[in-house]
Design a protein around this ligand. Sequence first.
Ligand code: ADQ
Length: 514
Amino acid sequence: MVSSADRGRGPADLTPVLQRAFPGRRFVVVSNREPYEHRWDEAQDEVTVVRPAGGLTSALDPLLQAVGGTWIAWGSGDRDAAVVDERQRVRVPPENPSYTLRRIWLNEQDLHHYYYGYSNQFLWPMCHLRPALTRLRGRYWERYQAVNERFAEATLDELDGDQPAAVWFQDYQLATAPGVVRARRPDLTLAHFWHIPFPPLELFRVSTQGPQLLRGLLANDIMGFHLPLFCDNFLRCVEAVLRLKVDWEQRRVVQDDHSCYVRAFPISVDVAALQAAATIPEAPGRIARLRERFVRPGVQLGIGVDRIDYSKGLEEKLKALELLWECHPELRERFTYVQIAVPSRTGIEAYDWLNEKLERMVWTVNDRFGTTEWRPVYLIKDAVPAERLALYYRAADIAIISSLQDGMNLVAKEYVATQVDDPGGVLVLSKFAGAVEELEGAIEVNPFDPEGFARSIHQALTLPPEARRERMQRLHASLRTIYDWMFEVFEVWSAAAAGKEVPLSQADTWSRLR
Ligand code: ADQ
């Protein structure tokens, strides 16, 4: 059992923690995305290793490096197949091989139906409360199950017969894999973390495959969500759709002899790594150059960092900014907003449409208010390396996060972690981002209310230094690290694996939103 004294440490402390949590068991992570891609570098004329951007892979990689074990994921790099052994494995990271990456191969049809189809055109919009954007097709579901089975088979194969293991599934692409693994290896301990919201019953009912999805997830010993609200939604769906009895006090579902405990674990970021990136010796010079690129002295700089996704409220944010400059002409030439927005899931109609719409909206705002001296909004459609992103955050006077629905939102936490100056910046945060439940000191906004949203941005830009300082102090005090998150997951999971009483998580006791 992990003690609470283990909290607040770094990746190096995880080895003994995991050994105590799962004595004698191999540790396996299963996710759609892989932590390392092998790609052909045309300029260098050789294979290079790329770390795909993304909160999840960058958080779990140090854990696997510290404890060893196996990571099973889709091999998405164009040279991935060339570097694996006959069991589709490669040791990573390349500079210091410390764990095994086992790759699953997906062909065009798999990608189209399992990934772009069922995962991202059905589960994603359903979970983000957008039923009208769902696209449900029989072939998507068939392939989703087939690919999940492949992930499950690879997991079983990695465990060579009867090797004990703790298997951790990640996210909504892998809802049915745990059921396949449990059926063949009831002795394993399984957990799953769902990184996006879980919808209320009224919305979950659009899912024709609801019973199969729920049964797959109930095969886990621990089912983790960011917020108690999502746990409640999940449990209500289990009650209504599967007609199973829910033990609400212990927050678990018992089926035959197996219990699945449902717990809230709000994910976080590597606070120490972000602070280190924001305070490198060259930071002051690089931040000054960054600011010079966008603003003149005395002009405030705002920032937003999002994937281009309809759940992030980017249109609503631009509408609010337009209203701000319309109602407050004194802020023209006094405030510039930089939106870093990386295109994602291109090829899906709703995403391509949004991508174009954003360009048009930015053009309209700049055309309406811009002058020869000043451009109100910059749209940077690139993936920015994490080290550089930390400097952007530190350079910005305010950050604006406008999610319409968001499991957690790591950008909010990244911004807070990098505010090392006094009085620090101001965080404007949507009340529909999970992070708002945990972080104290942000200016909360409703992105569906453009006038209120614009007023809140105005408030952020005119906040006196003492109020900024006080808000940032509260934000820092409420920020936990990714390692706090992992320790808590292992504390709860290890109790379940050992057949002991399973504690509630800290967040399980929150009462807001219920
Ligand atoms: P996402 O929907 O991807 O994650 P978010 O939590 O904000 O949303 O994480 C995005 C990550 O990508 C952040 O680390 C951010 O810095 C990075 N990023 C975004 N745009 C970038 C860019 N242009 N260049 C470089 N990096 C960029 C899902 C859920 C969230 C949940 C996370 C983790 O939708 O609600 O918080 O998983 O569980």
